[in-house]
Write a protein of this length. Structure first.
Length: 164
């Protein structure tokens, strides 16, 4: 299976593509960040993000999408544009026939490190280890997107095992 992981944001949207086989082997295929121009309209920025992600999905033959769900503590104003990005991404991939799986930040941390309160550096180090990379993926949003991929694979693997 080929998983596209997404760390959604209006300015920077991280993405990562990971293959995962039936033996439980991970392989990072590619990763990066889509940056939007803050001088463009919200509509243009969201359009750019969804179209660029769709291009990535087609290029790598993605079979499923895993995305970090929105999380905010105090500033709902900054969460609203990200929620709009998430909605547009879900729509785009639904239109393409791809399932989108949302995970809370705490779920992703648990899947990667076994601790729901893990620090960013711990997650990045584990992403590097899971994917057998020489270095921690940069920028941070790309590493977070790869973590989303691993989270999905972890959940998928568990569901597969309990269905036996």
């Amino acid at each position: 299976m080929i998983v596209l992981g997404i760390d959604p944001g209006l300015r920077d949207t991280g993405w990562g593509v990971v293959s995962y086989d039936e033996r439980g082997h991970y392989k990072a295929l590619s990763y990066g960040v889509i940056q939007t121009d803050t001088s463009n309209s919200l509509q243009k920025r969201i359009f750019t993000i969804t179209e660029d992600l769709a291009t990535v999905a087609r290029r790598y033959g993605v079979t499923v999408v895993s995305m970090e769900d929105i999380f905010f503590t105090k500033n709902i104003t900054s969460a609203i544009p990200v929620a709009k990005v998430i909605g547009a991404i879900i729509y785009k991939f639904s239109e393409m026939g791809l399932s989108v799986n949302l995970y809370a930040p705490r779920e992703i941390k648990m899947a990667i490190t076994g601790m729901g309160n893990a620090e960013k550096a711990q997650i990045q180090d584990m992403v590097k280890r899971f994917l057998n990379l020489a270095d921690i993926p940069k920028p941070d949003h790309a590493a977070d997107a790869l973590a989303d991929c691993i989270c999905y694979c972890s959940h998928y693997s568990f569901k597969d095992k309990i269905s036996l």
